[in-house]
Design a protein around this ligand. Structure first.
Ligand code: TMP
Length: 254
């Protein structure tokens, strides 16, 4: 089979040319990286789980009117998406102290923040994604004040909805990162949720025990990374039918 043209390869995904103009195929790899690529591993089945989880969450967000790049899932590892111009800003929303915020301010991990805190990081592997303010974003022309407003609004709506959705299945949404893209329609521009929504980009703890099911299992060497991701999928009711152990086999059969 003639291979599609590869448009972009990131740390966890590959983008291929889509079947129609304005579309791309997003392929989820099993590669995991942390601390800006210093730590690397292959987590068998991660791509399959993230493809499912991201599909599910984007569809649910679409239902409440959040515009996304997602069109449909194509197979175990691929989804069809709209081609957007990625805004090079990572928007992080935090509900509880964890990770870099806990470290920076000496907060106990898991403590409830006085309110949700939104941060912006400039998406640059070479620079290690430095934290930036609206001043940097607008002065360097990465986005306008209006774009930032729109991203902030969407990020907070996403946070409200996902916090509730995860609470319903006994999970606590500690924090997450989202990326947005510009979607052009002639002269009109819309900002839509892009990239992915998966345990690679969010912290999800068991609401009762505090057990971590997300990428911190990899970052902190807690073990059983794939099982954590599968537990999230299981609670959402979307674990691939074949189950986790059989991911490789079911892929080769499709
Ligand atoms: P942090 O506490 O390490 O700053 O991470 C905050 C959230 O953002 C957490 O849910 C993980 C996610 N994140 C990414 O998706 N990509 C990144 O490169 C980093 C540093 C964090």
């Amino acid at each position: 089979m003639a291979r599609r043209r590869r448009v972009y390869e990131g740390k966890a995904k590959v983008l291929y040319e889509g079947p129609e103009p304005g579309t791309l195929v997003q392929y989820f790899k099993d590669d995991a990286t942390a601390f800006n690529n210093q730590k690397k591993a292959i987590i068998t089945g991660k791509g399959v789980l993230n493809n499912r989880i991201s599909e599910y969450l984007m569809l649910r967000l679409g239902e409440i009117g959040i515009p996304t790049h997602f069109i449909r899932r194509l197979n175990m590892r691929e989804q069809l998406i709209r081609e957007v111009e990625i805004i090079p800003i990572e928007v992080v929303v935090r509900n509880y102290a964890a990770g870099s915020l806990a470290k920076r301010f000496g907060l106990e991990e898991g403590s409830l923040l006085p309110r949700s805190i939104v941060e912006y990081y400039y998406k640059s592997d070479e620079l290690g994604d430095p934290m930036v303010t609206e001043e940097h974003i607008t002065a360097f022309g990465w986005a306008t004040y209006q774009d930032i407003d729109e991203m902030l609004n969407l990020a907070l709506r996403i946070n409200d909805f996902l916090s509730g959705l995860f609470t319903g299945v006994g999970l606590r949404l500690v924090d997450f990162k989202v990326e947005f893209g510009r979607l052009w329609d002639e002269e009109d521009m819309r900002i839509v949720l892009a990239d992915e929504l998966s345990p690679d980009n969010m912290r999800l703890w068991d609401a009762r025990t505090g057990e971590r099911f997300d990428k911190d299992r990899f970052r902190l060497d807690l073990g059983n990374v794939q099982e954590g991701y599968a537990e999230i999928a299981r609670r959402l009711g979307i674990l691939p039918e074949a189950g986790v152990r059989d991911l490789r086999r079911s892929e080769s059969l499709q």
